[in-house]
Write a protein that binds this ligand. Sequence first.
Ligand code: SF4
Length: 236
Amino acid sequence: MKPFKFSFSYSRWSLWRKCPKAFKLQNVDKLPIETGPALIKGRKIHDEIADYLQHKTDEAPTSLTKKFATLGQQLRDVPSSNIMIEDQMAFDKDRRAVGWFGANAYYRMIWDVGVSVSNKVIQAVDWKTGKPYDSYDDQKQIFALPAFWLNPDLEEFTGNWVYLDHGDVHSTTFNRAQMYGPTCDPAADDGLHGLWKANAAMMESDVSYRATPSKDACKWCEFGPNKQNLCEDGVK
Ligand code: SF4
């Protein structure tokens, strides 16, 4: 088994925030996790939409045609040079772009869709299934990071959370001052750019992986009493 090497992503952050022990069991100890029907369905929907947007098929998937046929067509019409679909973006600790599997990959992010509107404006889309149940504030901020890191002249990034079943779109826009702080200087390590550097460092420095059991966290936890039941700290 390959030894654990820290890297930061939204899904890792989200799991670590919920319970550092769950993060350890999954990522450090690499215990197998079961791929439930919701995960399989979500992956299938993402793949179908990606194939449609990349013109691998002309048949729009029902997940899009239910509520977002027009958006699907608009995204299909974006020139391929201006659209990223499920692209993997990795950065080293200094937030320079590196290969996804590179030994120095420290941040890893994926947008379901990214559209370069101009060299100053980027929009991204995250497909959601089910009902809106969270504000995803952390995810929205983390989504904005690669847009600014990859595009030094970027002025504005908008993340769109598209709820395929429900029909809602939740959008959040970030500008340079929010990303880099009032001086708009990346070297100042201010704004969201500095905040997420600090958050990643905080997460990396945690090697105690303390269990933080709660009814809500343990209820859905892969290692909790309702699933594999491998954690003695889990509560019902
Ligand atoms: S069962 Fe609860 S305490 Fe144990 S790892 Fe999962 S969330 Fe943490």
